[in-house]
Design a protein. Structure first.
Length: 279
């Protein structure tokens, strides 16, 4: 399944005989809770999945959004109706950077039939497509979470990563000019800035060729290892997705993710910090 799905293709699939499971994963750094948006209106049949409670473990030594306990993730996905070998589509408010977390986790869990809605809820509603306040009661799914199908790296591995380590945060956070949530400002020494905002234009994902040009300009090539991190391991998932769309990685050789990301790195006073616009 391609990592992205258009609004047209999703609308057609929802009208089909076997519509995909649709997950609403809207979330904002600092709130308010995304469930409030879901209650105001969501795609027909969409089930809300909570990033903080279901797509992550509680904050701690592993950062602000550690990978979820497999049993917790499995329970949430089954409650949403996710079934083995059945397609899933995740959407967020717009750019896919949050929905990519659900995409990554399903792939990590061994479920490759998953895509992110290109343009998210904003694109869907801008086109006048239907929304509802009805809360579905899906038949429980039978997915079995088998963690480990997507590669990860630890803080020690990030410190010595032999290729391009991409930092998905906004440039001002990468440069260390501001840090709204984590203990220290700056970036992992040697990391390159690849903000998630650069994946999209006018709310839609860039074409594969444009994404490839963007990453190539940063020094990413198919024969060079590449990995991603962000503030807490959430939006870096969209870098992993974008690299695959660009053809610089593949479903069988995806880019590793550093789940703890800056939230874990910056909380350890023994870890060095770099600031400024260069690695």
């Amino acid at each position: 399944m391609h990592p992205l799905i258009s609004t047209d293709d999703l609308a057609s699939a929802l009208d089909g005989a076997q519509p995909p499971v649709v997950l609403d994963v809207r979330w904002r750094l600092g709130g308010p809770p995304g469930h409030q948006d879901y209650e105001v209106g969501h795609l027909p049949g969409a089930v809300y999945v909570d990033l903080d409670a279901e797509l992550a473990s509680p904050p701690g030594d592993g950062g602000r959004h550690p990978l979820p306990d497999p049993a917790v993730l499995q329970a949430a996905l089954r409650a949403a109706g996710v079934r083995e070998s059945h397609p899933v589509v995740a959407y967020d408010a717009a750019d896919g950077s949050i929905a990519a977390r659900a995409w990554w986790l399903l792939r990590w869990a061994g479920h490759p039939e998953v895509a992110v809605l290109d343009g998210g809820f904003a694109a869907w509603t801008a086109e006048g497509r239907p929304v509802t306040t009805d809360v579905p009661a899906p038949e429980p799914g039978d997915i079995t979470v088998r963690p480990g199908s997507m590669p990860t790296i630890t803080a020690d591995e990030a410190a010595t990563f032999p290729g391009a380590l991409l930092d998905a945060r906004a440039p001002e956070r990468y440069r260390g000019e501001t840090e709204p949530v984590d203990p220290r400002a700056g970036h992992i020494p040697g990391a390159l800035n690849a903000p998630t905002a650069g994946h999209t234009a006018n709310g839609r994902w860039l074409p594969a060729t444009a994404l490839a040009e963007r990453f190539t300009a940063l020094g990413v090539t198919p024969d060079r290892p590449v990995a991603a991190y962000c503030g807490s391991g959430v939006t870096a998932s969209s870098v992993v997705l974008a690299l695959e769309v660009a053809g610089l990685t593949s479903p069988t050789t995806p880019a590793p993710l550093y789940p703890g990301s800056w939230s874990q790195w910056s909380s350890d006073p023994t870890r060095p910090t770099a600031t400024g616009p260069t690695p």
